[in-house]
Design a protein around this ligand. Structure first.
Ligand code: C5P
Length: 231
């Protein structure tokens, strides 16, 4: 059976709270997502602290790089040289040349991180998106996924609702990482379209990203174990 992985968003307001959460699940086979806020505040030290809790944790550094190709490749090289990051992301709309340069620059790094690309930010509604890209979200997102694939990038960040279609237009091996997951149909908060574990499995999602249903729960360890049992 296909191996779906759980990636937990460490979106609590301080390093201390994030580390306390991670301590509770230190024996679990999970990925940890570190975003802009944490990384700007707590930096590489925070990544080291996570790996010190359990070196088997995988780290996804969610910084969504977007710049000129050489600057993105420089940043990618720095991230890869930490030796702490297992996956990071870029914006597909930075273009194929930028994505190819990133992949080229890190190709010989030992334990090369996986790289995925954001196609369309889901905070956009169609009108807002069109004002920037002059195209509808759905058609543009698929085109950006194909650009990503053709640039040698490992996968995309997308909605579970797009996962199958993206794989059809690229490859089964092309990674889909999907936020907006409510594993057992929990409260959706500000997420507009949410998918549960069963739906994610049917749509061949490779990584589910889950934040609030875990860190807002009374018993995060139990939620994580339930998710791991079901994926
Ligand atoms: O708490 P929740 O499970 O909704 O968190 C989802 C995580 O995924 C958050 O870190 C959020 O910023 C991120 N994310 C998202 N939707 C996207 C991209 C990222 O919810 N399209």
């Amino acid at each position: 059976m296909r191996d779906m992985k759980l990636c937990i968003s460490l979106d609590l307001p301080s390093a201390k709270e994030n580390l306390a959460l991670v301590e509770q699940i230190k024996d679990d086979d999970v990925w940890l997502k570190v975003g802009l806020r944490s990384f700007i505040r707590d930096g590489k030290t925070f990544l080291e602290e996570l790996k010190a809790i359990n070196p088997n944790f995988k780290i996804f550094l969610d910084l969504k790089l977007y710049d000129i190709p050489n600057t993105m490749a420089d940043a990618a090289e720095e991230i890869a040289s930490f030796g702490l990051v297992d996956m990071f992301n870029v914006h597909a709309s930075a273009g194929k040349r930028a994505m190819s340069e990133v992949m080229e620059r890190i190709k010989d790094v030992p334990n090369k991180p996986l790289v995925i690309a954001v196609t369309a930010l889901t905070s956009f509604d169609n009108d807002e998106f069109k004002a920037v890209y002059n195209e509808d979200i759905s058609s543009k997102a698929t085109k950006l996924a194909v650009d990503t694939y053709e640039s040698g990038v490992d996968g995309v960040v997308c909605s579970a609702f797009e996962s199958l279609d993206i794989k059809k237009n690229t490859s089964d091996e092309f990674i889909t990482l999907c936020p907006g997951i409510r594993p057992f149909g929990e409260e959706s908060g500000d997420q507009k379209r949410v998918a549960d574990i069963a739906f994610s499995k049917e749509n061949l999602v490779d990584f589910i990203v889950v934040g609030r249903p875990i860190y807002k729960s009374e018993n995060p360890k139990e939620v994580v174990n339930n998710i791991l049992k079901n994926i």
